[in-house]
Design a protein around this ligand. Sequence first.
Ligand code: COA
Ligand code: MG
Length: 298
Amino acid sequence: MELLRTLLFVPGNRQNMIEKALHLHADALVLDLEDSVPISEKASARAQVRDSLPKLTQQGAAGVKRKGRKVFVRINSIASGLAEDDLEAVITSDIDGINQPKPATGSDIKEIAAIIERLERERGITAGHIKLIPWVETARGLINAFDIASASPRVVGISFGAEDFTLDTGITRTEDGSELLYPRTMVVIAAKAANVIPIDTPYNNFRDEAGLINEAALARRLGFEGKCLIHPSQIEPVNSIFCPSPDEVDHARRVIAAFEAAVAEGFASTSLDGKMIDIPIATRARRLLMTADFIAGK
Ligand code: COA
Ligand code: MG
C-alpha cells in the first residue's frame, strides 16, 4: 500500500522554504522547478534543488526521521524545452520520483520515462526506482487521462490541476467547485482503471482552513486518496481527512462482525442498524480497516 495523502509543493528557488520542509511531515514533498519558479531563475533553482536533495531525503536529516516521507521533483513540461536538463540535474537515488506537468498523451509520459531509464542506467540507480506522478491539467490531458495513467509502470498516481485546466478550457472557477465535478471524477476513474492513486488539485486560499477541509472532504467522497498542497498549514487537516476517522473504523468493525456472523450461518447478506450489508459493503469495510492499520503503523 502506498500513501500519498498530502503532496506539499515547495518552490525550488526559495531556500528558506526548502529548509522549512525538512521538518514537515507531508507524505511527499514536491520540489518545484515549474510554475512557482520564474523563467529567469530556472537554472539557479535547478542547482539549488539538486544540492538540497541529499539533505531532504537522508534518514534522520536535521534530527528529523523521514518516516517514509517521499521526495519528488516537479520538472518543467516537455513543451518548455527544459525537461531534459531538469532530469539530468535531479535524477539520483535520493528522490522517489518526478512530477510531470501538462502531459497531453501517454507518449509524453513515455518520452520522460525513456530519459529516466537512461539516467538510471548511467548512474547505477536500480531500474524502475524513479516513479512518475503526471498532472492531468489540460483538455487533451483529461481526454487522455487513462492513457497517461497507464503509459508506464513508473506511474504511481495522477494529480488533477484545476488552475491550468480551467485556464486551458475557459471554465470559470467557483468556491463550491461544481464546474469541476466532471473533470475530477474523470481523473479518479482513469486512475482507478490504471490502478494508480488519484490526487486532487491544490486549494489556493491557504488561510481558509474550513474551506480547505470542505474541499478535501469532497475530494475524498469523489474517490481521491490525496491532495496537492501549497502551504505547511494544510498538511495536518488534509492528512486527517484522508485517514479513516475513529467512527468510521468502529463502524467498519461492526459491519465485518455482522457480515462474518451471517456467513457463518450460510448467508451472504444481513443487516446492521436497519441497513443491508453484503459482499461489497463488507469488502469496503475491510479496505478501510487496512488503510487505518497501515496509517497507524507508519
Ligand atoms: N513549503 C515550505 N515552506 C513554506 C511553504 C511551502 N510551500 N509555504 C510557506 N512556507 C513557510 C514560509 O516560508 C514561512 O516560514 P517561516 O515561518 O520560517 O518564515 C511559513 O511557512 C509561513 O508562511 P506564510 O508567511 O504563512 O506564507 P508566505 O506568505 O511565506 O507564503 C505562498 C505563501 C503562497 C507564497 C507560499 O505558501 C508558496 O509559495 N506556496 C507554494 C506555491 C507553489 O508551489 N505553487 C505551485 C503549486 S502546484
Ligand atoms: Mg499546473
